[in-house]
Design a protein around this ligand. Structure first.
Ligand code: GLN
Length: 476
């Protein structure tokens, strides 16, 4: 991104030209790839003109003024349709910007459009979008991952230089891994959730997707920091892009949890991640085998909590306040009919499951029990991070799967096997492309650190990225 910023500074290129370049790429391919639900040509060009005018007067809002981005379609953008990939909100125009959007507009970044996702961010492939699947730019017969599949595919296909996603159980990291880009899920509370449509408020975080670790760090620095409008946002220092220092690896203790390298992991993913671990060791890091035994409960715990919270978060879609309404003789029937018509199958499944685990007769057996196990998972991660500086695992059990391959919802849920733990414990985690399998599909490596240790995991990722020979996962 430094190069683009410099080209803008030296007036080699204008923001309008940059935006036009990306819009052309999007328009050429969107019918096929389907990374965008809404393309905001008018808004993006208007913002680019304003940026060029500012630069002309020497009044840039930030070094990145004029560089556009794509935004996941569950993040509110004032006056720009925000659908959550649901029929329910197909024409919903938010009245205000999410705090992350306010901050990015405040830094001068034009918004190219809103990217595709699984409906209300529930899923791992974007196949659950009411607007159709987003294809993987590396192999169009395969999924781009999910739920931030559109944001990952847009960056991988060169339709946007960077983008925002959200991650509740892996939705930034898994698509980043499938599409060969960098994705960061920040520490819970480090980025404001104000104006971000809730899936599970105790797990959701917004984060960057980008081509390089540095770009991800820059975008993260623009959105991170306390927000009085979000009661769960953490106080503390804003994030500054660090001076990169590859010496960080010398003596660094890397925890390698055995549970993440057992059966269920595709051998080629294991090999790819293994090579990177070896490389890190050669560069001076110390590998420490360890156990994160509670990970076998991560998916069950995650699903119990995510469905419980989702059933509550989605109660507001009742045909009265937002979106779709199906008229009926009385209000209860109107609620029921609107919800039946507006939500897709996966959303209904989760609302039913969540209502069940929260019901008076089952609350203790499921929801309360899941909260207890969540505490054990947090402790497990905390104890591991007392012994080591970072934990490294594969991001996903396999590379991108074929469209239509996972018909059983349970199989789909297993996509989050290695990512859910970071959400349950609130720690930051990043996925970095670390090579490709024999079919040319990107493999992702996950780096987890302690709360608020984004700088360290970014440093480690940067050092590994450089040692792997720069940007991995060939760009299309
Ligand atoms: N795949 C996970 C799910 O279906 C993650 C979703 C997310 O992170 N938004 O819940």
């Amino acid at each position: 991104m430094r190069k683009l910023a410099q080209m803008l500074r030296t007036k080699e290129v204008s923001s309008v030209e940059l935006v036009q370049h990306y819009l052309t790429k999007i328009n050429q391919e969107n019918e096929e790839l389907n990374a965008f639900i809404t393309i905001d040509e008018g808004g993006a060009l208007q913002a680019a003109h304003a940026s060029d005018a500012r630069r002309h007067k020497g009044e840039e809002l930030s070094p990145w003024d004029g560089i556009p981005l794509a935004v996941k379609d569950n993040i509110s953008t004032q006056g720009l349709r925000t659908t959550c990939a649901s029929k329910f909100l197909h024409n919903y125009q938010p009245l205000y910007d999410a705090t992350v959007v306010t901050r990015l507009r405040g830094a001068g970044l034009p918004i190219l459009g809103k990217t595709n996702l699984d409906e209300f961010a529930m899923g791992s492939s974007t196949e659950y979008s009411a607007f159709g699947v987003t294809k993987n730019p590396h192999d169009r017969g395969r999924v781009s991952g999910g739920s931030s599949g559109g944001s990952a595919a847009a960056v991988a296909a060169g339709q946007a230089p960077w983008s925002l996603g959200t991650d509740t159980g892996g939705s930034i990291r898994q698509p980043a891994s499938f599409c060969g880009v960098v994705g960061l899920k920040p520490t819970y509370g480090r980025v404001s959730r104000y104006g971000v449509v809730a899936l599970a408020p105790s797990l959701d975080q917004v984060g960057p997707l980008a081509n390089t670790v540095e770009d991800a760090a820059i975008l993260f620095s623009l959105i991170a920091g306390a927000d009085p409008k979000d009661a769960t946002s953490a106080n503390g220092e804003p994030f500054k892009v660090p001076n990169w220092n590859r010496e960080v690896l010398r003596g660094l203790k890397i925890g390698v949890p055995e549970e993440f390298f057992s059966s269920g992991l595709h051998p080629e993913v294991e090999q790819g991640v293994g090579k990177s671990l070896k490389l890190l060791e050669d560069l001076g890091a110390k590998l420490a085998p360890l156990s994160l035994a509670t990970n076998i409960y991560a998916i069950d715990t995650y699903l119990t909590i995510v469905t419980a919270e989702a059933s509550s978060s989605l109660a507001r879609y009742d045909g009265v306040r937002y979106g779709k309404r199906v008229e009926a003789e009385d209000s209860n029937t109107m609620f029921a009919k609107s919800r039946a018509a507006g939500f897709g199958a996966e959303v209904k499944r989760r609302i039913m499951l969540g209502t069940y685990v929260l019901s008076a007769s089952h609350y203790e057996a499921y929801y309360e029990q899941a909260q207890r196990v969540r505490t054990l998972i947090r402790q497990d991660v905390a104890e591991a991070l007392d012994q080591v500086d970072v934990i490294i695992t594969p991001t996903t059990p396999s590379t991108a799967f074929k469209i239509g391959e996972k018909r059983n919802p349970l199989e789909m849920y297993l996509s989050d096997l290695f990512t859910a733990m970071a959400n349950l414990s609130g720690v930051p985690a990043l996925s970095l492309p670390c090579g490709v399998d024999s079919q040319g599909l990107p493999i992702g490596i996950q780096i987890m650190g302690d709360h608020f240790q984004e700088e360290l995991i970014l440093q480690v990722a940067y050092a590994l990225e450089q040692s792997l020979g720069g940007v991995q996962g060939e760009k299309i």
